[in-house]
Design a protein around this ligand. Structure first.
Ligand code: KIV
Ligand code: NA
Length: 257
């Protein structure tokens, strides 16, 4: 699974045969320029979900429910999930939390909304967690992550993302669950992995998390391309004849008398 936030990016991931595209609320940081996912709105997710669904033909499209779109009550959660599926191009939705949202997840699954869970480090709760930290390192914290995973499975979630969880704990959770786990910073033993588009491709210079691997350096390639272009314009190398349009020049002579 990789994230994508627009039509072109979705086409690229889809063409590569990536089976699941996540329209993550990480778009708050890498696309919208906020310093967390907290300010992301339903309208943001609907708009970007639509772009991605137009660009993907094979992949499963999962769209994040943003902060405070599902925490108030199950009815509001259901309406917002419905909106992501009816207007936002989502095949399924993803939401953060375990035991505390299990009742809401059950309502959604019963209503025909497939739910992917997301536990461990839940970035929408960054202000409650006190920062972006690995979750589940102590015995009590590991118990909480395991309980969250079991609660989601029990509530009918079809899969669960484990974010920033120690690898041995992710392994145990993966073995305990019958639904697939998808890891990000959760070691090699999850059933699948998810990465953020901009982190993988070297497009986000502000911060690269420890769990990300850069498979390309597109950011610096793009900067070089713009530098090269600007230089060509300044010295007259761009555009060439091949990049220009011709006309019958006799007409211009006539025009000018
Ligand atoms: O928003 C996002 O990109 C995510 C992934 C990191 C799982 O939720
Ligand atoms: Na997210």
């Amino acid at each position: 699974m990789v994230t994508a936030y627009d039509y072109t990016a979705a086409r690229i991931a889809d063409a590569a045969g990536i089976p699941i595209i996540l329209v993550g609320d990480s778009l708050g940081m890498v696309v919208l320029g906020y310093d967390s996912t907290v300010p992301v709105t339903m309208d943001d997710m609907v708009r970007h979900g639509r772009m991605v669904s137009r660009g993907s033909s094979e992949a499963l499209v999962v769209v994040d429910l943003p902060f405070m779109s599902y925490q108030v009550d199950a009815a509001e959660a259901l309406r917002n999930a419905g909106r992501l599926m009816q207007e936002g191009g989502a095949h399924t939705v993803k939401m953060e939390g375990g035991v505390s949202i299990a009742g809401t997840v059950r309502r959604m699954v019963d209503a025909g909304v497939p739910v992917m869970g997301h536990i461990g480090l839940t970035p929408q709760s960054v202000n409650a967690l006190g920062g972006y930290r690995v979750q589940g390192r102590t015995k009590a914290a590991a118990r909480r992550v395991l309980d969250d995973a079991l609660a989601l499975q029990e509530a009918g979630a079809y899969s669960v993302v484990l974010e920033c969880v120690p690898a041995p704990l992710a392994k145990v959770i993966t073995e305990r669950l019958t639904i697939p786990t998808i890891g990000i910073g959760a070691g090699p033993d999850c059933d699948g992995q998810v990465q953020v588009f901009h982190d993988m491709l070297g497009l986000f210079p502000d911060f690269v998390p420890k769990h990300a691997r850069k498979y390309a350096e597109l950011g610096s390639d793009m900067t070089r391309a713009f530098e090269w272009y600007a230089e060509d314009v300044r010295n007259g190398a761009f555009p060439s004849e091949a990049e220009s349009f011709t006309m019958n020049e006799r007409l211009l002579v006539e025009l000018l008398g």
